[in-house]
Design a protein around this ligand. Structure first.
Ligand SMILES: *[C@@H]1O[C@H](CO)[C@@H](O)[C@H](O)[C@H]1NC(C)=O
Ligand SMILES: *[C@@H]1O[C@H](CO)[C@@H](O)[C@H](O)[C@H]1NC(C)=O
Ligand SMILES: *[C@@H]1O[C@H](CO)[C@@H](O)[C@H](O)[C@H]1NC(C)=O
Ligand SMILES: *[C@@H]1O[C@H](CO)[C@@H](O)[C@H](O)[C@H]1NC(C)=O
Length: 189
């Protein structure tokens, strides 16, 4: 009889100490309010499909389709201070873009891209752009502006949110090579 009581007490003690299986650490606190910063960035993005050293490569497309719909590209595009590729490189944009217009006369894509900086104040930091590169009306005079959403970041841009205003500076219709100007506004801590 006594043995049973000792055993039962031992079991209770054991169960109260042993971590419950499948439990994980969690803790929730209310963070102190922090002042938000705003950073603006201006640079040029070079997407080179042609030549011996492309920065964007087609990695998948629907079987036997000549349509742009469903083409997936991997990119490692240089970011420069000026519009020329020979100007100072300040970072690179790595990720994917997926061409999604079913209308072959339009180009729309969704970009899933991490823009990282390799020099200056923001060396080692990056922001994450996840947004649609929309088809916009082009009146033939001025290149249209497009806006894309920025959803996060690393380093100095941890928890960033913001937007990028972009405009095509030059596009080679034959090769698809394009240079795009970026004005980025980031809110971060
Ligand atoms: C692929 O496309 C070509 C040209 O449109 C067509 O002639 C051919 O039959 C297609 N092949 C398949 C497997 O669908
Ligand atoms: C950027 O940071 C890396 C890693 O800390 C360092 O090796 C590199 O020299 C830095 N580049 C510049 C231009 O400061
Ligand atoms: C970026 O900002 C500069 C300076 O305000 C302006 O001249 C340029 O047109 C802007 N470009 C885009 C794509 O918003
Ligand atoms: C577009 O690229 C082709 C092939 O590299 C080249 O021959 C042509 O001059 C380029 N066009 C423009 C406007 O740069």
């Amino acid at each position: 009889m006594e043995k049973h009581i000792i055993f039962a007490l031992a079991m209770i003690l054991f169960l109260s100490i042993a971590p419950a299986h499948g439990q994980y650490y969690s803790g929730t606190v209310t963070p102190r309010p922090r002042p938000e910063k705003m950073t603006r960035l201006h640079f040029f993005f070079h997407d080179i499909i042609s030549g011996k050293n492309p920065t964007a490569v087609l990695i998948a497309r629907p079987d036997n389709s000549s349509s742009p719909f469903g083409r997936l590209y991997a990119i490692d595009d240089p970011l420069t201070v000026g519009p020329e590729l020979t100007s100072m490189v300040i970072g690179n944009a790595q990720g994917l873009y997926l061409s999604l217009s079913r209308d072959p006369s339009l180009f729309t894509a969704v970009l899933y891209v991490d823009f990282a900086f390799t020099s200056g104040r923001f060396n080692g930091s990056s922001f994450s752009l996840f947004s649609r590169y929309a088809a916009v009306e082009y009146d033939g005079a001025a290149e249209p502006e497009r806006e894309m959403a920025i959803v996060g970041g690393r380093g100095a841009f941890r928890m960033a949110r913001g937007f990028a205003q972009t405009r095509g500076i030059s596009t080679n219709a034959t090769t698809g090579d394009a240079i795009t100007e970026f004005n980025v506004t980031l809110y971060h801590y």
